[in-house]
Design a protein around this ligand. Sequence first.
Ligand code: ADP
Length: 480
Amino acid sequence: MNIVFASAEVAPYSKAGGLADVAGSLPQAMAPYVNSVQVLTPLYGEIDQNKYDIHPTTIRGKVALGDKVAPYSLYQTTDVDQITQIGFIRCDRFFGRDGIYTESDGEGFADNNLRYFFFQLVVLDLISSGTLPTDILHCNDHHTGLLPLMMKAMHLKVKTIFTIHNFLYHGHFSTQEISLLPKSTGPLLTKTQLDNYSALLEGIDHSDIVTTVSPGYALELLAGVNVDEYSLTRIQAVESNFYGIVNGIDTEYWSPEHDQFTPFHFSKDDLAGKRKNKAALLTKVGLSPDMDAPLLGSISRLVENKGFPLIIELLDEFVELGAKFIFLGSGSPEISDQLQKASKRHPQHIAFDDGFNEPLAHLIEAGSDMFLMPSRFEPCGLNQLYSLRYGTIPIVHSTGGLGDTVDAWTSDSGTGFVFEPYAINELRKSMELALKVYHSESDWMTLMHRAMLMDFSWDQSAKQYLHLYNLLIGGSSENI
Ligand code: ADP
């Protein structure tokens, strides 16, 4: 079984969100079960080629984009095992700049459609030319949503699986832009109700199997939660081939015992290092070193659906109750401005780091007492999983993957604080309960132990993907 895994982001090389983490770890988790896994991703200008020993191969080619021809070359690094290859597609015109999707001011690149059309055409070229032997092409999100249709249009004997990491982003393109795609794809495209096209919906329509990143989110999508009526008919049309598989995590990279970015290591049996990380974190972000105050962390793209309207509303009153907050994130200027103002109002209690900062993200996971993740919706969510592993108790809205992975605290069970419905008062009650339990040391210790015992390694989820891969190539049809 030869797998090609196409993704616009792959950690640690390029990362804007959870897609990168999955693309960086799922292919490796699949490696023991298959002949080869070839990951394909763009070679962005900001990728540090020296650091990762990324070098050119002899593979190069050209693809037609309308009446123009664009050249590419394939770069490669062999990642941690012999089976997974990470291939980087180089074309400086499209990818040789800083930023993955956006300018430094957060505006999307004007030529994003063209960039990802090009990326997909190169993947098509590498597969159709036989350069990369491929039984299954695993596509991820709208940047790769047209590949299943291309495989069909070119009559390639390649099975396709399309994973939705976030249904919010469609990759809409116009009728004029169709001329940039191979001619045989045009008749297979379906217009949306907006009179344009959605690369995401095309991926759903044309792949052999569609998955999303948690069972809860799969059910929500099928029920039309946060889905317009038109898209819903297209999702429901593939219901019998639609699966929810919860994401796993890279348990070495996100490990309290070995984390390369944290000054102190710890485990559930020896939590001294966690307390030292808390002290280090408070100092690093300039908060007063009050070790008994509950410290709530947040690492997130700054977008409305991550729950910021609720959080921001509650900050002042929870500072009054003695809580401290550390926010790390970039995105919406409005949310950034509100967090900035809150940290100016309470410089000893609220810290905000506006940016993308991998080492600080690890220290926040390791040093915080709780992790705030009250997303309005969340396909899977990874930070709550990292948090559980670091004994940093998640406070989450019961939605999508958050509902699937965090159980509500009771004195006998549960791993976090879970609220429903999505409303300020419900979050307030959850945070109040979290603070109350925090101040009861033995209850908090029990809760931390329970959280740290949870296993979200890829083992289980990789086996579920393997079942699907097997289904595709006519192997076992065992249900997942
Ligand atoms: P999403 O994919 O919607 O952004 P996830 O929870 O699935 O949300 O994944 C987000 C990933 O991106 C996590 O690994 C998180 O730690 C990381 N991340 C988000 N914002 C930042 C940031 N500002 N700095 C460092 N890491 C970040």
